[in-house]
Ligand binder design. Structure first.
Ligand code: CA
Length: 221
């Protein structure tokens, strides 16, 4: 999953970016509000983390811009502004949740999972197509009754991208977008290699190749 982090504080931004990368997210980080709005008009994200006190354009204005453009991206406000009025304004402007600084990283990660889950409409923490189950907390995959298999960050990110919409075909470029942020170099054949490893770990029929188009996991029963 790809996350846009909007944060002007270099230390906080770096800490969040590293924690998210450790949790298998592809992270792009912009330090001001104008860059955030521009980026969101050009690139699809699975979630936005938005600071409110920003140079260029205030976070609440960024939020209003995003929702006025009918962009439904899950959005979590991360801020030190802690008045009830600020929180209510943020939520009423279209934020999905609100995390007060300072926060513990594991709480932020749990809230991100909750927001993504709610927006995905399943309400369940686990991703599944019936045959294959993926746990976003432990990063373990289970096929049928077999024992859970622990996945690496990138294996998890790739399988998660496919399992969010079983039956949908994702091209190599679309998979790369969900695995790598701007600052990460994409190794050639990385997607093919990850799929090869996942099939070895989970069975060759778990991920299907659709010739010339990309890859998919089967739609659930
Ligand atoms: Ca700030």
């Amino acid at each position: 999953m790809r996350v846009l982090l909007v944060e002007d504080d270099a230390m906080i931004g770096k800490a969040i970016q590293e924690a998210l990368q450790d949790a298998s997210y592809a992270v792009d980080w912009v330090p001001d509000g104008r860059a955030a709005v521009l980026t969101l008009t050009h690139q699809h994200y699975d979630l936005v983390l938005l600071d409110l006190g920003l140079p260029g354009r205030d976070g609440l204005e960024v939020l209003a811009d995003v929702r006025n453009q009918h962009n439904p991206v899950p959005l979590l406000v991360i801020t030190a502004r802690d008045s009830v009025e600020d929180r209510v304004r943020g939520l009423d402007t279209g934020a999905d949740d609100y995390v007060l600084k300072p926060f513990e990283m594991r709480e932020l990660l749990a809230r991100m999972r909750a927001v993504i889950r709610r927006k995905g409409g399943t309400g369940r923490p686990e991703l599944s197509n019936g045959q294959l189950r993926l746990d976003p907390v432990t990063h373990e995959a289970v096929v049928g009754d077999a024992a859970p298999v622990l996945l690496t960050h990138r294996e998890f990110a790739l399988l998660q991208a496919l399992l969010v919409r079983p039956g949908a075909i994702l091209s190599r470029g679309e998979l790369e977008e969900r695995i790598y942020g701007w600052d990460q170099e994409i190794e050639s054949n990385a997607v093919e290699f990850l799929i090869h490893v996942l099939r070895r770990k989970l069975g060759s029929d778990v991920i299907r190749n659709v010739r010339g188009a990309g890859w998919m996991v089967a739609r659930g029963q």
